[in-house]
Structures are given as structure tokens and as C-alpha cells.
Design a protein around this ligand. Structure first.
Ligand code: ADP
Ligand code: MG
Length: 297
């Protein structure tokens, strides 16, 4: 036998023991409840400054198919700015984006939707109250017959399908302005399903609705997960984040300080402690030109 036999044997042993080599950085990484190893979305080293403020300071993060990722942090930690880089509302100063392992030249809301399959559910929901549900769902992306005639039948039918998928009682012909906040959220999310986005971003989705509807939103998030969608949930309601997230990323002054696999045993107090630990040191370092001692350029 030649020298290679050794290498082969080693490879077999390695694969048997599920040990991975550095050649495949994704090997051995599994997100909870997820069979696929390649992240749906991977961002690396995202940076975004506003003047002297590094709102997002070198964030690398992966999101897996069917995963709910909670994103928490103090006010001003950079959560909304991070989401705005994903949606293309803001451009990252530097950093890379990959969708299912492939680099995406992401520079606009359009590349976010089409290249990264991202849909953002805004707090103000972005719906037209004086139009029906189906009209809102297809707004600016209307389906036409022969490129001219609006295919109303098709649109109502598709709208009914996605609303059923979300187990909602909302009807395609309901007027959006007459719906509750929670129901309007369903409509916003139905739009994401309709156009086959894979990733749904939510920034404080329970902030604008009454407390007794919070349950509905959490159920909706779990429903999306059940449909194989991935969700990034930004919320200051830590009990909600702890309930629905598979993993929780903590953002502290623009940088990720922890990524926690949620075992559903962590308490709100423990999570809050992790959020705020070290924030005093960081405050000092930001005052000193935004760099940690010993850090490079
Ligand atoms: N458009 C902007 N112009 C200038 N500074 C901004 C802008 N957006 C956010 N910031 C600053 O970036 C930092 C992060 O803000 P933000 O992303 O809104 O945090 P969070 O959503 O976690 O509360 C804050 O210091 C905030 O003041
Ligand atoms: Mg915010």
C-alpha cells in the first residue's frame, strides 16, 4: 500500500466519527431541528457606520432553514441597522452575503428579495388600508392575463391559499383597514409566502399590537417555521424570544457578543444578564474611538 492508503483510512475514520476537516467549514454544524448543513443565509463581517458611530461592527451570522433566530440587545445596539443591511435599505460599508452557500452581490431591496429571498415585516406593516387583502397581497406585483387584464380570480384564489396555509380566518376580500393589528400582520406575512421568500425579518412585531394578540404573533412565527421558513425576530420581549427561538444572538454595540442555542431552560434574567454584561467596558472602548484594546485596525 502506498502513502495514500493512510490518508484514505484517516478520512474513513473521520467520517465514521463525524469528525470534520477544516476543508469543509460547515461540516459538523447543525442548527436545531434542521437537517441541512449549508446555511440558508450567511453574512460575514458586516460593517455599517453612520459618521463616527459603528452601528454594525463586524457581524458574522448564519441562518438555517426552518430556524427562528432571536436577535436581542440594548437600545442602539444595532439590531435595526443590521436588518436594514439585509433588506438593502442601507448598504454595508463592507462584508459579504451568501444565499445557500453562494455569494450574492447584494446592493438593493431588489437583490434582497430576489437574491437572498428576504421579506421584512415592518412595524407599520406597509399596507394600504382602503384596499382588500388580495389587492394588498398583489400590490405592484399583480398577476395579469396576456400581460394586460388583471387576473382577479387567480389572485383571490392564491390569496385564499396562503391565508389557509397560515391558518388564518382573514378572507381575501376583507378590507385591510377593517382588520385588527394581528390580522394585518398575517396579511404582511402572507405576502412573503406568496412570493416564496425564505427568510422573514421581524423588528419588534409585537410592539404595535395589543398584548392579548402577542400569542397570535408567536403562533404565526412558529407556523412559518413549520412551513420551513426562517425567521429573524428582533424583540425586547425576552420571554417571547426565549419561547420561539432556536438560537439567540446578542448584539452589543454593533457586535455579536453571544450566540446561544436555546434549550428552553434559560431564564429571562439570565438572558438579560448576558445582554448587559460587558456593556460598561464596551462603552469605554467606544468612547476611545470605537476600538477594543489590542484590536487591529
Ligand atoms: N440613519 C442613521 N443615522 C445616524 N445614526 C444612526 C442611523 N440609524 C441608526 N443610527 C445609530 O446606530 C446605532 C444603532 O442603532 P439601531 O440599529 O437603531 O439600534 P437598535 O435597533 O438595536 O436599537 C445607534 O447609535 C443609532 O443612533
Ligand atoms: Mg431598533
Amino acid at each position: 500500500m502506498d502513502d495514500d492508503s493512510n490518508a484514505l483510512l484517516r478520512d474513513e475514520e473521520l467520517s465514521d466519527k463525524n469528525v470534520y476537516s477544516t476543508a469543509d467549514p460547515t461540516a459538523g454544524i447543525t442548527a436545531p431541528g434542521n437537517s441541512s448543513k449549508i446555511p440558508l443565509l450567511a453574512v460575514e463581517n458586516l460593517v455599517k457606520s453612520f459618521g463616527p458611530v459603528r452601528a454594525v461592527d463586524g457581524v458574522s451570522l448564519e441562518l438555517y432553514e426552518g430556524e427562528v433566530l432571536g436577535l436581542v440587545g440594548d437600545n442602539g445596539a444595532g439590531k435595526s441597522t443590521f436588518l436594514s443591511l439585509l433588506t438593502g435599505y442601507n448598504h454595508a460599508d463592507s462584508g459579504t452575503f451568501k444565499y445557500r452557500g453562494k455569494p450574492v452581490a447584494h446592493a438593493s431591496p431588489s437583490t434582497s428579495r430576489k437574491g437572498l429571498k428576504i421579506e421584512m415585516i415592518y412595524q407599520h406593516l406597509d399596507l394600504a388600508p382602503d384596499l382588500t387583502v388580495w389587492q394588498n397581497l398583489f400590490l405592484a406585483e399583480e398577476k395579469r392575463k396576456f400581460k394586460v387584464i388583471l387576473d382577479k380570480r387567480y389572485m383571490i384564489h392564491r390569496a385564499a391559499d396562503v391565508l389557509t396555509e397560515l391558518a388564518s380566518k382573514v378572507k381575501p376580500t376583507d378590507l385591510v383597514g377593517a382588520l385588527s393589528g394581528g390580522e394585518q400582520q398575517v396579511v404582511a406575512i402572507a405576502r412573503a409566502l406568496l412570493f416564496e421568500r425564505d427568510i422573514i425579518l421581524m423588528d419588534e412585531p409585537t410592539a404595535a399590537i395589543s398584548l392579548n394578540k402577542v400569542r397570535d404573533v408567536l403562533n404565526l412565527i412558529l407556523k412559518l417555521k413549520g412551513l420551513g421558513k426562517s425567521v429573524i425576530l428582533v424583540s425586547h420581549r425576552l420571554e417571547d424570544v426565549l419561547e420561539v427561538s432556536d438560537r439567540i444572538a446578542i448584539l452589543n454595540r454593533g457586535a455579536i457578543s453571544h450566540i446561544i442555542t436555546n434549550d428552553h431552560r434559560m431564564t429571562i434574567t439570565e438572558l438579560a444578564q448576558m445582554m448587559f454584561e460587558g456593556s460598561v467596558q464596551n462603552a469605554v472602548s467606544v468612547a476611545g474611538n470605537g476600538k477594543l484594546a489590542g484590536g487591529g485596525d
